[in-house]
Design a binder for this molecule. Structure first.
Ligand SMILES: CN(C)C[C@H]1CC[C@H](N2C(=O)NCc3cnc4ccc(-c5cc(Cl)c(O)c(Cl)c5)cc4c32)CC1
Length: 340
């Protein structure tokens, strides 16, 4: 069987652009719109007990439309594989963006940090905790907007985010003290700790707690002591300190972060935790282009789309919307697929 034959005709699969744990990520082109996409491919046989993480990530990505969270366009499941068709982020990892520049000026760090805080506040508002926030999981798109990725470790505790979690997960370097101690913890509080690590990395270009030896790394994290690098202004030091509190009850909350003076500097509005685009909006021009292509009425086309099953129609429609928002022509190519 040709590789990834289920994608044939719908997506051109190009080179591997990265790997995320138990997944391979390939660059792809959506045939009808010619838009670039990232295709996250997971072989079921190699998932083992990571299989539930796929379902968790799928549900999270479907329920969390936000301008700073990587968009999911389509889900394809075969007996052997899962394929996630995702928003392509041509700017790569935030981690590399920082390394290339050594560190970021406070002004640029603030623009980025506001976007990450907006995504995390939105997640928490929906009852999710990410639990693996780190610069490698924050990508940049073409317009230098940040996109949060990798929701395989996220948690949506049933009773709500104010109920305790127990599984120790995520990368130790970014993990909160209560998490590495194996204590019960609140997802919202461990995400705040990771945001503190992230802000320190943005401003200093290094990590506050780092050590090859895992035991001395743990000792450093549990001590809560880190070098307050000279490149940090007094306000930056205070903000980071309020997030890197060993006692989770003393840690700043995400809602306090939204309007914190440091985040407000140079801005009139607090960070929004809302999704700024209308989710599943009915856009007449995109709808009519698809209706015309498939030779059905607009109403029939909308009834096919309105179930939002993350099939090829969902992907085509969302990618047309994205083209429209970027001022590109709303058109479809490749009439070979017409009769599909
Ligand atoms: C923890 N790291 C190692 C993980 C790597 C994984 C590959 C990434 N990546 C590239 O390597 N090149 C460019 C590139 C461009 N667009 C992407 C769009 C989506 C995703 C994506 C989205 C979700 Cl929701 C997800 O779960 C996963 Cl695993 C990946 C990755 C992209 C990407 C960078 C981070």
């Amino acid at each position: 069987m040709a590789r990834y034959s289920v994608l044939k005709g719908f997506y051109d699969v190009e080179q591997t652009i990265g790997s995320g744990g138990f997944a391979k990520v390939k660059l792809g082109t959506h045939c009808l719109t010619k838009e670039k996409v990232a295709i996250k491919i997971m072989e079921k046989s190699r998932l083992g007990d990571d299989l539930p993480r796929v379902k968790i990530e799928l549900e999270a990505l479907k329920n969390l439309p936000h301008q700073n969270i990587c968009k999911l366009y389509q889900v394809i499941e075969t007996e052997s594989h899962y394929y996630l068709i995702l928003e392509y982020c041509s700017g790569g990892e935030l981690f590399d963006h920082i390394v290339e520049r050594n560190r970021l000026e406070e002004k640029q760090a603030r623009v980025f940090f506001r976007q990450i805080v907006s995504a995390v506040a939105f997640l928490h508002d929906k009852g999710y905790a990410h639990r693996d926030l780190k610069p490698e999981n924050v990508l940049l798109d073409k317009e230098k907007n940040l996109k949060l990725i990798d929701f395989g470790l996220c948690a949506k505790p049933q009773p709500g985010l104010d109920s305790f979690l127990y599984t120790s997960c995520g990368s130790p370097t970014y993990a909160a003290p209560e998490l590495i101690l194996g204590q019960k913890y609140l997802g919202s509080e461990v995400d705040i700790w990771s945001l503190g690590i992230l802000l320190y990395a943005l401003l200093c270009g290094v990590l506050p707690f780092d050590d090859e030896n895992i035991d001395s790394l743990y000792r450093k994290i549990l001590s809560g002591r880190y070098e307050e690098s000279s490149c940090l202004s007094l306000e930056s030091k205070r903000l980071i300190r309020s997030m890197l509190q060993v006692d989770p009850k003393k840690r700043i909350t995400i809602d306090d972060l939204l309007s914190h003076p440091w985040l407000m500097k140079g801005f009139k509005e607090p960070v929004t935790k809302l999704c700024l685009h209308k989710v599943h909006e009915k856009d007449p021009s995109c709808l009519s282009v698809m209706a015309e292509y498939y030779r059905v009425s607009v109403d029939v086309m909308w009834s096919k789309l309105n179930s939002w099953t993350y099939d090829y129609n969902t992907a085509t429609y969302m990618l047309l919307l994205s083209k429209k928002q970027r001022g590109l022509p709303i058109k479809l190519y490749n009439f070979a697929l017409r009769d599909k």
